[in-house]
Design a protein around this ligand. Structure first.
Ligand code: DGL
Length: 279
């Protein structure tokens, strides 16, 4: 059955980081209802294999569709890099006509437009950098752009555990910025959902002249266009609702999630997920 305009938008991530993307959606598309699933039990996704990320993303997509989602946003960069095509193929094979929107392409688009010098930096997890998906996305938009990619294995976990930020966060960020400064990039993609939280630190280390691009803004435009093209924008006036699910401890999700969303979370349901990558 085709989805209907009053159904919620499904958003998922490895944990609380995708709340930075949800935050942008809530601001830009306030009339929509949202259903967010944070796979906290399997965090971090940044160390997972591409096969694992595909298996998890298909399982979570099924869960969100069963809960009534009309469109899926893969708010996690690592999962987007590995799994947008796989989820789309899975849905097509099972005759479900639902848009699947990842964060990579919208972020690459914003960065390519923002860069004057054609030298763009990427900070992302090992899974995202290893996939080469940002290189492909940037090259498909402009093959003359140079992308300087830096894998940041420690950054998402220490941001997650590092409130208030301490010297470890500062020194870790500083080390990851060195190759970007050397490459003289004028634009940097914050290629993980966690990194917008240390945007002020990054801006100070990279310099005011460097444009920081996070996925949120580009994604909201893509979501809006996808919904509009199918007549699926929620016609209600006023603010829609948002609901949460997570796969590990609910109270830890609430405590951390409130900081990432900068709004109260309300009801959070615990869900069990168990997909494994095919051997
Ligand atoms: N959400 C992940 C991403 O954007 C970052 C954290 C993780 O490694 O799970 O890649």
């Amino acid at each position: 059955m085709a989805p209907l305009a009053h159904q919620p938008i499904g958003v998922f991530d490895s944990g609380v980081g995708g709340l930075t993307v949800l935050h942008e959606l809530l601001v830009s598309l306030p009339a929509e209802d949202y259903l967010y699933l944070g796979d906290t039990a399997r965090f971090p996704y940044g160390d997972r294999t591409q096969d694992e990320l595909r298996a998890y993303s298909i399982e979570i997509s099924e869960h969100l569709l069963a809960a009534g989602a009309k469109l899926l946003v893969i708010a996690c960069n690592s999962a987007s890099a590995a799994a947008v095509d796989a989820v789309e193929r899975h849905l097509a094979a099972t005759a479900r006509d639902v848009d699947v929107i990842g964060v990579l392409r919208p972020a690459a688009q914003v960065a390519v437009v923002a860069s004057h010098t054609g030298r763009i930096g990427l900070l992302a997890t090992p899974a995202t950098v290893g996939s080469g998906a940002y290189e492909l996305a940037v090259a498909s938009l402009d093959r003359h752009v140079h992308l300087e990619s830096v894998a940041c294995p420690d950054l998402a976990p220490i941001i997650q555990g590092g409130f208030p930020f301490d010297e470890t966060v500062i020194e870790t960020v500083r080390a990851y910025c060195v190759p970007l400064r050397e490459a003289q990039v004028d634009t940097v993609i914050l290629g993980s959902t966690h990194y917008p939280l240390c945007a002020p630190i990054l801006q100070r280390m990279l310099g005011r002249g460097v444009t920081l691009v996070s996925a949120g803004t580009g994604v909201t435009r893509t979501v809006e266009r996808a919904l509009a093209s199918r007549g699926l924008l929620n016609p209600s006036a006023g603010e829609g609702s948002y609901r949460f699910m997570c796969t590990a401890d609910v109270e830890s999700f609430r405590a951390l999630g409130t900081r990432f969303l900068q709004m109260p979370l309300g009801e959070i349901a615990h869900v069990e997920l168990s997909a494994r990558a095919a051997a």
